[in-house]
Design a protein around this ligand. Structure first.
Ligand code: SF4
Ligand code: SF4
Length: 300
């Protein structure tokens, strides 16, 4: 099975629009939105949920006011300043609580409960392009890396059950925990960037991350004509590192039109832009098959 993850070092590079186009162009796959903090692939793919589960991770301390005698011990001990008092009632800020359990253990009245923390939910859905696994973390919740792992495992399970040989993922921006989790088991990372100093800098960071985890990469430079100097620097960087630059896409209003219609850009009538995306997908397919072969033989 091949696993392709589309990522970018920063948000706003066009990553999700490209993932939706690849979802349209690819066959025999499970789709997976791993941007669990701010998912948006569903906006273009309109999934219809088949199955939904709540996501719990870690624990959260909660004071039971009926048992609390107001001694203040918990507030003194909390290293994260998560506990406050109005002089009478003590309460824990769920966004500050790190779940270390110190207050729970040392409260003299056993007045602090420690239930599992409800962090969000995940779903398996159908879309016009095939099955899709996706999730939503509640605002401010952590453990996005764990949720990403859960989604990948579910996607693999569905792919195996249905005899599908590809998992196509829309990854999170940046280089944080969800991106690191998304690289686990990945055959090929498609790095999407744009010709700006921050685009180049973030491309370098995410490429280094992939390199660290021995994940092969290809690069797509989006809106390349907006800054020819930066585009040239990105091309030079890719060339120096041996990262294949598989597409240079121009800025094109067709992307906005597709978004407004909630379609993948390749669902709109063919044009130079969509032809370029189709060629990019062919190169991704080819590279991912080579990567799969190399992974199975242990070479790189
Ligand atoms: S340590 Fe326990 S009893 Fe004391 S203020 Fe905190 S919750 Fe209340
Ligand atoms: S569990 Fe830890 S972080 Fe949370 S309120 Fe208690 S002492 Fe503070």
């Amino acid at each position: 099975m091949r696993e392709i993850v589309v990522i970018s070092g920063k948000g706003g590079t066009g990553k999700t629009s490209l993932t939706a186009a690849f979802a349209h162009l690819s066959e025999n796959k499970v789709l997976c939105d791993l941007d669990v903090d701010a998912p948006d692939l569903h906006i273009l793919l309109a999934p219809e949920p088949l199955h939904r589960e709540e996501f719990y991770s870690g624990n959260q301390a909660i004071i039971d006011p009926a048992r609390c005698i107001g001694c203040g011990t918990c507030q003194e001990l909390c290293a994260f300043e998560a506990i406050s008092s109005d002089g009478e009632v003590y309460a824990i800020d769920p966004l500050r609580c790190e779940g270390c359990k110190v207050c729970v253990t040392l409260c003299p009245e056993q007045a602090i409960d420690f239930p599992p923390r409800h962090c969000g939910s995940w779903s398996v859905s159908t879309t016009r392009f095939g099955p899709m696994v996706h999730a939503q973390l509640f605002p401010g919740q952590e453990n996005s890396g764990r949720l990403v792992m859960l989604l990948k495992q579910e996607a693999r399970r569905r792919a195996e059950e249905q005899g599908l040989d590809l998992i196509l993922c829309d990854g999170a921006p940046g280089i944080g925990c969800p991106v690191i989790s998304s690289l686990s088991g990945t055959t090929l990372a498609v790095l999407v960037t744009e010709p700006t100093p921050s685009g180049r800098h973030d491309l370098e960071r995410v490429a280094e991350l992939c390199n660290h985890f021995r994940v092969q990469v290809v690069v797509i430079l989006n809106k390349f004509e907006l800054n020819s100097d930066e585009a040239a620097r990105i091309e030079a960087y890719c060339s120096s590192k041996g990262y294949p630059l598989i597409a240079k896409l121009p800025h094109d209003n067709i992307v906005t039109r597709a978004m407004v219609q909630r379609r993948a850009v390749t669902e709109l009538p063919d044009c130079t832009f969509t032809e370029e995306i189709k060629r990019a997908w062919e190169r991704i397919e080819e590279r991912s098959r080579i990567g799969k072969q190399e992974n199975s033989t242990g070479s790189k």
